[in-house]
Design a protein around this ligand. Structure first.
Ligand code: GDP
Length: 366
């Protein structure tokens, strides 16, 4: 499964958020095939109302949602890139995740220590960014040193392009900017692909606000939103303490009541999970049979054979065709056969780009 790493300064509410994630992972474990993976990794279902709707129509024996993983990357502090506070270890953990969830403290509480003084979400974000940028600068400069000679003497035009891209990255990082904001073409990106740069990973922010600011945010979360506008990053306003409490409730009725007391329609965690899924550029297709209704995760833009491979690798090799019903059509007509009778079942070939929500049935040779 794809992984999102939870990062942030100390005492901003990371562990509290991670507890919410792993509690809900545990709650799911009794229903589904999931288990705890590692102490700092929690796997959670991606909430999807469409899957529930399909299950109502098909009445399968079981429902299998798709999932993503959150990794708790605690311990990032100022100076991490210089090895402070086990810095290198934490930075190495970030290198392995696919996306970053950056938790920012937007609540005041004098009992909870804050080394940096008054609450300041923008400077908090910058402290973490700086550490990641310094680490990236190190990686980029090492590669520059390795490739410089080849780019300048050799007749390899590719090496030259690569070198120029690396120099652009270097200059960008030196200005205190993140690589994800640098406009690189797909081709240019190959120059840094082997470096797994930290500031190139997609990011979203969790503004951890006090209870009173749950719905409309506060001056801190607003300052953060303003500061990340240029990055086009999403800011999720939530209260991690409340999330941790919700996740501990086993009885759905209790949960409902508790959410109601705060005027919430659903846990903030659900919003976070869905946003992380989008951030990872993932979409979902469904299979809907009497045995199971199941959600499958693929990347945006995948064609039918590749999409089939997530069910079984043999499906890709032996792919013949796919029968596809759009989710809306399936729901409108109420069943596969009714959709077929109304001409809404399409036969698609190898070049078909799967759409979010497609209900698929693959035909293949074994
Ligand atoms: P971490 O160091 O980032 O992992 O932070 P923790 O999750 O351990 O939280 C640090 C402290 O802040 C704990 O005592 C939490 O109970 C508290 N805390 C977390 N979120 C909130 C919040 O939204 N409001 C308040 N008042 N305290 C919080």
């Amino acid at each position: 499964a794809l992984q999102a790493g939870i990062v942030g300064l100390p005492n901003v509410g990371k562990s509290t958020l991670f507890n919410a994630v792993s509690n809900s992972a545990k709650a799911q474990a009794s229903n589904y095939r999931f288990c705890t993976i590692e102490p700092n990794v929690g796997q959670v279902d991606v909430p999807d109302y469409r899957m529930e709707k399909l299950a109502e129509l098909v009445k399968p024996e079981r429902i299998v949602p798709t999932s993503i993983e959150f990794v708790d990357i605690a311990g990032l502090v100022k100076g991490a890139s210089k090895g402070e506070g086990l810095g290198n270890k934490f930075l190495a953990n970030i290198r392995e995740v696919d996306a970053i969830v950056h938790v920012i403290r937007c609540f005041e509480d004098e009992n909870i220590l804050r080394e940096e003084g008054a609450i300041n979400p923008v400077s908090d974000k910058e402290i973490i960014d700086t550490e990641l940028q310094l680490k990236d600068l190190e990686s980029v400069e090492k590669k520059i040193a390795r490739t410089e000679k080849m780019a300048k003497t050799g007749g390899d035009p590719k090496a030259k392009v690569e070198f120029e891209v690396l120099k652009r990255c270097q200059a960008h990082l030196e200005q205190g900017k993140n690589i994800r904001e640098l406009d690189l073409s797909k081709e240019e990106k190959t120059a840094t692909a082997d470096l797994f740069l930290l500031t190139e990973k997609p990011v979203l922010y969790v503004a951890n606000v006090d209870e009173a600011s749950l719905h409309s945010g506060n001056k801190f979360s607003k300052a953060l939103e303003e500061a990340v506008k240029a990055e086009k990053a999403q800011v999720i306003v939530m209260n991690n303490t409340i999330e941790a409490q919700i996740s501990e409730m086993e009885d759905p009725a209790d949960k409902e009541l508790f959410l109601g007391e705060y005027g919430l329609k659903e846990p903030g965690l659900n919003r976070l999970i869905r946003s992380a899924y989008q951030l990872l550029d993932l979409i979902t297709y469904f299979t809907a049979g009497v045995q199971e209704v199941r959600a499958w995760t693929i990347h945006t833009g995948w064609k039918a054979p590749q999409a089939a491979s997530v069910i079984h690798t043999d499906f890709e090799k032996g792919f013949i065709k796919a029968e596809v019903i759009a989710y809306e059509d399936f729901v409108k007509y109420g069943s596969e056969s009714a959709a077929r009778d109304n001409g809404r079942l399409r036969i698609e070939g190898k070049e078909y780009v799967v759409a979010d929500g497609d209900v698929m049935h693959f035909r293949f040779n074994v």
